[in-house]
Design a binder for this molecule. Structure first.
Ligand code: PDD
Length: 284
C-alpha cells in the first residue's frame, strides 16, 4: 500500500492515507454495496464499457442510484490511472449505500452513496502463471442466490480461495448440485474436442465480462460454443480447461482436484484464446 498511491473517494483524489470512510458506512456494516474491476493494459482500460454497464445493472438490482454515467466513470478512472502512472494492472471501483445509523432497512433517500476507486499495478499480460498453467480444486458453493449481482459480500469466495491457498493451488471452482458454478473470482470453462463449454448465465453465477469476450472469440479459434452445466466428472475428463476474469484474462488450467488435464500443460486451444483475447484487449 505504497505511500504515494492516490485513490478516489467521493469526488476527491486523495493520498491513500487520507482516504477515510466512517465506521457507519453500510459497506462496512452490511456489505451493502457493489464493485467492479477493469484491467489496464498498455495504459488503457480493457472491456471497460461492459464493466461499467454491469456496474450500472448491479446497482439497479439492489436499488442504489448510480452516481455517475459511464462517460463520467471513465473520465474518473482514466484520471486515477494517469495520476498513479499505472500502465498495467487493475482499477477497482466500489459504490456502497452510504453512511447512516445502523438499521437493516434502506437509509433515507437523500443518503449519498460512498464512491471509491483505487488502482493496482500488476503484470496481467506476461503473467508467469499463464505460461505454467494453474491448478484448481473444487469446493462447495456456499453463496446466496443472486450471484449475478457483483456484490461486495464475498465471504464465501474468500473462504473458497483460502481453501485453494491452503491446498497450494491458484483457484477454487465452486460446485452446486454436482455442477461447477464458477471460480471464486473467475468464470470456469472446459474444452472437449473442439467444443468450448461454459455454464449458461443465470442468477447462479456472475455474467463475466471476459467470458462474453471469449465466447465471441471462440469461432476464431475454430471452437463451437456449448452453454450447459458442467458436472465435476465432465471437467475431469476435459481435454483442456481454463478460467477467465478481468485480472487473469484467459488462464489455462492444468490440474483439477489433483487430476491432470490433457498432458498437464496449457492446451493449444486455450493458448490460442488467450492470444486472441490479448490482441482484442490491446486493440482497445
Ligand atoms: N472477479 N465470477 C466471479 C465470482 C468473479 O468474482 C469474477 C471476477 C468473475 C469474472 O468476471 P469478469 O470477467 O467480468 O472479471 C466471475 C474480479 C476480477 C475480482 O473480484 O477481483
Amino acid at each position: 500500500m505504497s505511500a504515494s498511491r492516490i485513490v478516489y473517494l467521493n469526488g476527491e483524489f486523495l493520498p491513500f492515507e487520507e482516504a477515510r470512510v466512517p465506521i457507519m458506512d453500510r459497506g462496512f456494516l452490511f456489505a451493502d454495496g457493489i464493485y467492479e474491476v477493469s484491467a489496464i493494459l498498455d495504459g488503457r482500460l480493457v472491456d471497460n464499457a461492459a464493466h461499467l454497464a454491469r456496474l450500472d445493472r448491479s446497482l439497479g438490482e439492489i436499488g442504489i442510484r448510480n452516481p455517475h454515467d459511464s462517460a463520467e466513470w471513465e473520465r474518473l478512472q482514466t484520471e486515477l490511472v494517469s495520476r498513479n502512472g499505472v500502465t498495467e494492472g487493475l482499477v477497482y471501483m466500489q459504490v456502497t449505500r452510504g453512511v447512516a445509523e445502523r438499521d437493516f432497512g434502506f437509509p433515507p433517500a437523500d443518503t449519498a452513496p460512498t464512491v471509491m476507486m483505487f488502482t493496482q499495478a500488476k503484470t496481467v499480460a506476461a503473467n508467469p502463471l499463464a505460461a505454467k498453467g494453474a491448478r484448481v480444486i473444487t469446493v462447495e458453493d456456499l453463496r446466496w442466490k443472486r450471484r449475478d449481482i457483483k456484490s461486495v459480500a464475498l465471504l464465501a469466495q474468500v473462504l473458497a480461495k483460502q481453501q485453494a491457498v491452503e491446498a497450494g493451488v491458484s483457484e477454487a471452482w465452486m460446485v452446486e448440485d454436482g455442477a461447477i458454478t464458477e471460480g471464486s473470482s473467475s468464470t470456469a470453462f472446459i474444452i472437449r474436442g473442439r467444443t468450448l463449454v461454459t455454464r449458461p448465465l443465470s442468477t447462479a453465477l456472475l455474467p463475466g465480462i471476459t467470458r462474453a469476450s471469449v465466447l465471441r472469440l471462440a469461432a476464431e479459434a475454430d471452437l463451437t460454443v456449448e452453454e450447459r452445466l458442467i458436472p465435476v466428472s465432465d471437467a475431469l475428463e476435459a481435454t483442456e480447461a481454463f478460467y477467465t476474469s478481468a485480472s487473469a484474462f484467459v488462464m489455462p488450467v492444468i490440474e483439477i482436484d489433483g487430476r491432470r488435464i490433457g498432458d498437464g500443460t496449457p492446451g493449444p486451444l486455450t493458448r490460442r484464446l488467450r492470444e486472441l483475447y490479448l490482441e482484442l484487449a490491446r486493440a482497445g
